[in-house]
Ligand binder design. Structure first.
Ligand SMILES: *[C@@H]1O[C@H](CO)[C@@H](O)[C@H](O)[C@H]1NC(C)=O
Ligand SMILES: *[C@@H]1O[C@H](CO)[C@@H](O)[C@H](O)[C@H]1NC(C)=O
Ligand SMILES: *[C@@H]1O[C@H](CO)[C@@H](O)[C@H](O)[C@H]1NC(C)=O
Ligand SMILES: *[C@@H]1O[C@H](CO)[C@@H](O)[C@H](O)[C@H]1NC(C)=O
Ligand SMILES: *[C@@H]1O[C@H](CO)[C@@H](O)[C@H](O)[C@H]1NC(C)=O
Ligand SMILES: *[C@@H]1O[C@H](CO)[C@@H](O)[C@H](O)[C@H]1NC(C)=O
Ligand SMILES: *[C@@H]1O[C@H](CO)[C@@H](O)[C@H](O)[C@H]1NC(C)=O
Length: 400
């Protein structure tokens, strides 16, 4: 017993000693110790990169801290793989260069890449310093130039992580973009941009699975959350959206092999948005599948298209509307959706004439039209939904 204790004490001592040597800061790397200066005049990107490199190389969990204060930050990519879990805690307010030409046509401001077991936390702000001068260069309808404006925060191939408490404001393009991520939770996120700022989607998810977005507030000029091709097992709960274009799946059908499965949107509120919950696919599209999508317990306040499946989505009016979408939509439910519609057609299911929607369920809808043209209505094409519970308006005009 005594021997065992001694061995334990010795190894504990050894552990403490080696820890003390390897981590002089208990695994905490404050950017101020790497030359960062607050006050919003000197770029902290080099300091942040230096702190990141040390944190990422540590064999035990580590944390990079940006303390309270104002900072300017030019473009950075914080990349793994790292040796152990890393947290980046942003307590301060980070400001991007206001001038889009400072980004050298790389459409990213802060990128987190190839990191496993990652946490981004802190009550700090990522201020993209968009503004109408920058947004005016976002001319998606005329050219492809819009892709060149930077996205505030990118997560590329980040797995098993948590993003919490942060705020993103006035991104020049999308606020948060996910590509190739797995098992990430976004909690208590705030996103803010004016309702006239183009293409400033709140959170865009592509080719990612196991993503949860919860307890968050998003006000923006485009979709609050958009789920692009390859989004699988996504849960969105307790999110308030507005102004903005709503919570959207799509637009789908532009790329091959990007099936969408397992979307759950529950307990959300949409306020003053141009759409509520919608699924959109391009006409004349490639083949695709979007299935197992469920929208439940949603409150709409003055929403223009509260419930919408749009398989002829064509915002620029430059599509071939003669050929149908070839994205097959199936196993969809809209349940317990209530509140007010800003347009008379409160429920619209416009499915593909080539591949009708299958297994769509509508249950307990109570949407009233706030205008003066009469009661709310519902329009459907190429779909025969299953109807349950009370329906205002009558689903697809059917009396059940
Ligand atoms: C998902 O990520 C969280 C946070 O890192 C982790 O605790 C959890 O074990 C992961 N789940 C799976 C199935 O790997
Ligand atoms: C949510 O984030 C804010 C900072 O943006 C913080 O003050 C607040 O405590 C957080 N709420 C929870 C429940 O963690
Ligand atoms: C999605 O979730 C289902 C059920 O939990 C699981 O079987 C499937 O492997 C998951 N798919 C992905 C891509 O995470
Ligand atoms: C909706 O927008 C109108 C006009 O901008 C505004 O007056 C109203 O307060 C907004 N409603 C809510 C609930 O925010
Ligand atoms: C409804 O939204 C429209 C903009 O879509 C706005 O002009 C109007 O003031 C809003 N009405 C209410 C009652 O909030
Ligand atoms: C839709 O649901 C049915 C019944 O639950 C299931 O058999 C079918 O595989 C689902 N379709 C897709 C494309 O997942
Ligand atoms: C529908 O909502 C209205 C208020 O918007 C409410 O008066 C009515 O009771 C609701 N109907 C049902 C069946 O819940």
């Amino acid at each position: 017993m005594a021997v065992e204790l001694n061995v334990l004490a010795l190894s504990l001592l050894f552990l403490l000693a080696s820890n003390a040597k390897a981590q002089p800061n208990n695994g905490v790397f404050d950017v101020m110790n790497f030359g960062a200066k607050a006050g919003g005049k000197t770029d902290i990107s080099q300091a942040l990169m230096a702190a990141w490199r040390e944190a990422c190389a540590l064999v035990s969990p580590s944390k990079v801290v940006i303390p309270e204060g104002e900072y300017v930050l030019s473009q950075v990519t914080l990349a793994g793989p790292c040796k152990a879990p890393v947290e980046v805690q942003v307590r301060g307010n980070l400001k991007a260069p206001a001038d889009p030409s400072k980004f050298n046509n790389v459409p990213s401001w802060v990128t987190f890449q190839r990191i496993d077991h990652f946490t981004l936390s802190g009550a700090g702000t990522f201020d993209g310093q968009g503004g109408y001068a920058a947004w005016a260069q976002n001319d998606c309808k005329q050219s492809k130039k819009c892709n060149k404006l930077p996205i505030n925060i990118r997560f590329n191939f980040v797995t098993n992580g948590l993003v919490r408490d942060i705020t993103s404001v006035d991104s020049k393009q999308f606020h948060i973009n996910l590509l190739g991520c797995k098992n990430l939770t976004f909690a208590n996120i705030t996103i803010n941009a004016p309702d006239q700022s183009p293409n400033t989607d709140g959170i865009h998810i592509g080719r990612s699975s196991g993503i949860d977005i919860t307890d968050s507030r998003i006000s923006t000029g485009d979709d609050c959350i958009s789920l692009g091709g390859g989004s699988q097992n996504i849960t969105i709960s307790r999110v308030t959206c507005g102004p903005g274009h709503g919570i959207s799946v799509g637009s789908l059908g532009k790329y091959k092999d990007e099936p969408v499965f397992g979307i759950n949107v529950v307990n959300c509120a949409l306020i003053n948005t141009s759409n509520g919950v919608r699924v959109k696919t391009w006409p004349a599209s490639l083949e695709g599948i979007a299935s197992d999508m469920h929208f439940e317990d949603i409150v709409m306040v003055n929403v223009s298209n509260p419930v919408l499946i749009d398989q002829e989505y064509c915002p620029s009016n430059k599509c071939n509307l003669k050929a149908p979408s070839r994205v097959k939509i199936s196993n969809v439910s809209f349940k317990n959706i209530r509140g007010t519609s800003a347009t008379q057609v409160a429920v619209k299911l416009a499915c593909s004439s080539g591949i009708p929607c299958e297994n769509v369920e509508i249950g307990d809808i109570n949407l009233s039209y706030i205008g003066t043209k009469g009661p709310a209505t519902s329009q459907c094409s190429n779909v025969k939904p299953t109807i349950a519970g009370r329906q205002t308006p009558l689903a697809c005009g059917l009396i059940v």
